[in-house]
Ligand binder design. Structure first.
Ligand code: LMR
Length: 334
């Protein structure tokens, strides 16, 4: 039987009591850690959250933003959150596999037509339910934040799926992403985001998949001579806290923080696509990477090669979740 979130929150409060409750004496400090640069959708969201909190809750709440894996990184940030050593994170949806299999839906290749479709799914009932899918593990989902659609970069031009065969791609730690590249006859190396530039530069891996903003902010285009504009999958985030902290906040403060989360999420989600477009242009203007636009036939070939991954993961994700996600596209193409 699933532990209800409410019961879990109460238990957490009863067990940790005063230890986790914000101290009355000084301001409540929220540590917000993430792994990307400030000039990305997530980085901007974190800074806007800090600004609004400190404007609206002066002297009551302070926010410390730790960008670029400077406090915690991919390897330890979720465990640190569960221990309440950090109070806010926004990991990519590919990084929660240890706590729920349902979120793997977001990694399925060619499932969402575009970011608008992703947005519709996140707003509908099934998408909202997934924010609660890790409650039994002490992770509270507060909101979804967009980054954008992923592009495939490599040491050689990728026009057709067969061009990727034999290359090794860096992936986020996701069984779906591993299966996606296996379908191409490629190999994968799961590694932390901080390691990607050096792994590509040294040739340890020859390719990667990232939204434009992550490519540009980490200068990955300087070590990837070709980028194919595949838009084959999404890289989005879940803003998360832990119940031990979040439900111990004084009610009026939590209500204000929730309103700020809504406002920041709206801003991040409205701005992310434009940020990615601007970074695409910067990459193109740099001339260090050749941008490859696929024809409709070439893109269909990638889709056909990767699409069997859906069936492979349908049972783990849940047919209901997969169907709800597919239904947000304007035209179903099962
Ligand atoms: C990655 O590891 O590639 C991304 O999850 C990094 C991020 O947070 O955008």
């Amino acid at each position: 039987m699933r532990t209800s979130f409410f019961v879990l929150a109460l238990c957490a409060l009863a067990t940790v009591g005063a230890q986790a409750a914000p101290q009355a004496a000084g301001p409540i400090v929220i540590k917000f850690a993430h792994v990307v640069a400030d000039n990305t959708p997530k980085g901007q969201g974190a800074l806007l959250f800090k600004q609004l909190v400190e404007e609206r809750l002066p002297g009551k709440v302070e926010v410390e933003v730790h960008a670029n894996s400077s406090l915690y990184g991919d390897a330890d940030e979720l465990e640190a959150l569960r221990r309440n050593e950090v109070q806010l994170l926004a990991p990519s949806l590919a990084k929660f596999g240890q706590y729920t299999k349902q979120l793997q839906v977001f990694d399925l290749p060619f499932l969402f037509d575009d970011l608008d479709a992703v947005n519709r799914f996140q707003k509908r009932a099934k998408g909202r339910q997934l924010l609660r899918s890790m409650e039994a593990h002490g992770i509270v989902g507060l909101a979804y934040w967009h980054n954008g659609m992923k592009q495939l970069s490599a040491s050689r031009a990728l026009l057709l799926p067969s061009d990727a065969a034999g290359l090794s791609f860096r992936i986020q730690p996701s069984a779906v992403l591993d299966a996606q590249f296996q379908r191409l006859g490629a190999r994968t190396r799961a590694m932390a985001f901080t390691e990607v530039f050096e792994a590509l530069r040294s040739g340890q891996v020859q390719g990667a998949e990232n939204p434009w903003s992550n490519i540009y902010s980490k200068q990955l285009h300087r070590v990837q001579p070709f980028i194919s504009e595949t838009n084959h999958g999404v890289l989005d985030y879940m803003l998360v806290s832990n119940p031990r902290f979040w439900y111990a906040l004084p009610h009026s403060i939590r209500v204000e923080l929730e309103a700020i989360v809504d406002e920041v999420s709206y801003s991040v989600n409205r701005q992310a696509e434009a940020d990615n477009r601007a970074d695409r242009q910067r990459i193109e203007a740099s001339g260090s990477s050749q941008l490859i636009s696929l024809t409709a036939e070439q893109r269909e070939a990638w889709r056909n090669a990767m699409r069997p991954v859906w069936q492979q993961f349908e049972a783990q994700i849940g047919a209901d979740v997969l169907q709800a996600a597919e239904a947000v596209n304007r035209k179903s193409r099962r």
